[in-house]
Design a protein around this ligand. Structure first.
Ligand SMILES: [Fe+2]
Length: 477
């Protein structure tokens, strides 16, 4: 066991060494026989409607405050507004507390949504299991969730990262695999339901099926949402021109807690992590609200309390797939310098229906009159990870640019999800798990060192120590 662990560390150091050098990326030649990229039929059990009159459905929770002591619980009642209360407590079926929510609905072309409830449940204890009940009488339903530990630099926590999920059988496979990962919360990098692939009333119906499809996870774990292009739903030919109408009605975010002026961008702290969510489809150039907010939010990051700094966005900044190539360039030119100077650990994105991981590179030295014109290895830069491979009906993005650019470390066109398991202030385990014909296979994994705490000096000392140990170990085998 110890030998295996040391071997893993050795392999990681090799990976990190090459990450510092920054050349020689891998294009995986794995080819999966994919299931057809078609949506699950409406009458499939994955979309089952809960029994009982007006029974709550599409239940989902997200973090409700800045620090993890609140959740927003959301659900839909199909027939009438019904009860708007959440009953909750720390023992099953014994709910000592209640909270009152709000209810809303909307129309989309001829579709009339159900009654969408959002209820903030706050003042919770850290690291505690809560049970909750929504709905009334025979139609009530019960779930539970676990609050995160109070933020401290060595709090361990396991996140899942999912993007571009949709509602195909590949999506179902991704969700099943994720739910066996042991992760405690999802960082979702945009493009939820792909309902915008439908016309007229079916758009709303496919938002409802998606809500019921993911409920098996979202009712029990917070999913932190970010919006993608499939949430825009600008459909003037159907008389629908309000961007993000379905998304904003259905999926709440705790944006006010981070002093954001829009639910499209916000930040939370959870365990030892500071998570910043950006909107690729909202203005972000200099002096826009999102730009000002990010500038201020980065100032608030305290790596002594939350050592891990993660950014989510939909459009990847470093992408070598032909699909959406260079689409992230505008955001890169505005924010990359901040990401490097703030020593962001990882930036997760979706949008491209494939997996890709970058080396630590930056392209911030170029200006209009001089400087490097290409990305260069930069140990202060984030690792950029594209995980837009949840399995939606558009299928995989299989055409990578050739030759593989120097910034690209690993890329593969398969479906899957990632996990980030934070162990302490210096180390985290990262995995990308491919859905290999229904089986979960870890295809890209490494130990990641914290950009703030694992300084170059201590990293070198650690490396020397472990290499000596490993050599001793190898010699004795
Ligand atoms: Fe997208």
């Amino acid at each position: 066991m110890q030998a295996l662990f040391l071997k893993a560390i050795f392999v990681t150091f090799v990976a990190i060494s090459s990450a510092a050098i920054g050349f020689g990326g891998i294009t995986s030649n794995f080819v999966r026989t994919e299931w057809p990229s078609v949506d699950i039929p409406l009458d499939h059990e994955a979309f089952a409607i809960p029994e009982g009159h007006n029974a709550p459905q599409q239940v989902h929770i997200t973090q409700g405050d800045y620090d993890g002591r609140a959740v927003i619980i959301s659900w839909v009642t199909p027939d009438e507004p019904g009860a708007n209360k959440v009953y909750y407590g720390t023992s099953n079926k014994n709910y000592g507390h209640s909270a009152e929510g709000t209810v809303t609905n909307y129309t989309f072309h001829g579709y009339k949504s159900g009654y969408i409830h959002h209820c903030l449940v706050d003042d919770l204890e850290y690291d505690t299991k809560y049970y909750y009940k929504i709905g009334s009488g025979d139609s009530s339903r019960e779930f539970w969730f676990q609050t995160p530990p109070k933020s401290n630099p060595d709090a361990s926590y396991k996140f899942g990262i999912i993007g571009d999920l949709g509602q195909t059988f590949n999506s179902l496979s991704t969700l099943d695999h994720y739910m066996h990962s042991g992760a405690q919360a999802v960082l979702f990098v945009g493009d939820l339901s792909y309902a915008d692939r439908y016309l007229y009333n079916d758009v709303g119906l496919r938002w409802d099926t998606w809500g019921r499809f993911v409920e098996r996870s979202t009712a029990y774990q917070p999913w932190l949402w970010s919006a993608g292009n499939h949430e825009i739903e600008y459909m003037p030919y159907m008389g629908e021109v309000t961007p993000f109408k379905s998304y904003l009605h259905r999926y709440a975010t705790p944006y006010l807690a981070s002093k954001s002026s829009s639910p499209m961008w916000y930040a939370v702290r959870r365990a030892s992590t500071h998570i910043i969510v950006l909107s690729s489809y909202s203005p972000f150039v200099k002096y826009t609200p999102q730009w000002r907010w990010l500038r201020d939010e980065l100032e608030k990051v305290d790596r002594e309390i939350t050592p891990w700094l993660i950014v989510l966005m939909h459009v990847p900044i470093y992408n070598s797939n032909e699909a959406h190539f260079m689409e992230g360039e505008s955001m890169r030119s505005v924010f990359e310098e901040w990401f490097v100077h703030s020593k962001v650990d990882i930036i997760f994105a979706g949008h491209v229906h494939a997996y890709e991981r970058s080396y630590r590179v930056s392209n911030i030295n170029y200006n209009v009159s001089s400087g490097d014109r290409y990305p260069v290895p930069d140990k202060s830069a984030p690792v950029y990870i594209t995980v837009g491979d949840g399995g939606n009906q558009e299928g995989l993005a299989g055409r990578f640019r050739d030759p593989q650019p120097d910034y690209s470390a690993f890329r593969e066109a398969s479906y899957g999800h990632s996990t980030l398991e934070i162990k302490n202030r210096t180390h985290a385990f990262y995995h990308w798990n491919r859905n290999d014909n229904g089986k979960k296979v870890a295809a890209d994994s490494f130990i990641i060192h914290n950009q703030y705490w694992a300084s170059n000096l201590s990293r070198r000392q650690l490396k020397k120590h472990h290499l000596v140990t490993i050599e001793g170990q190898t010699a004795s085998i």
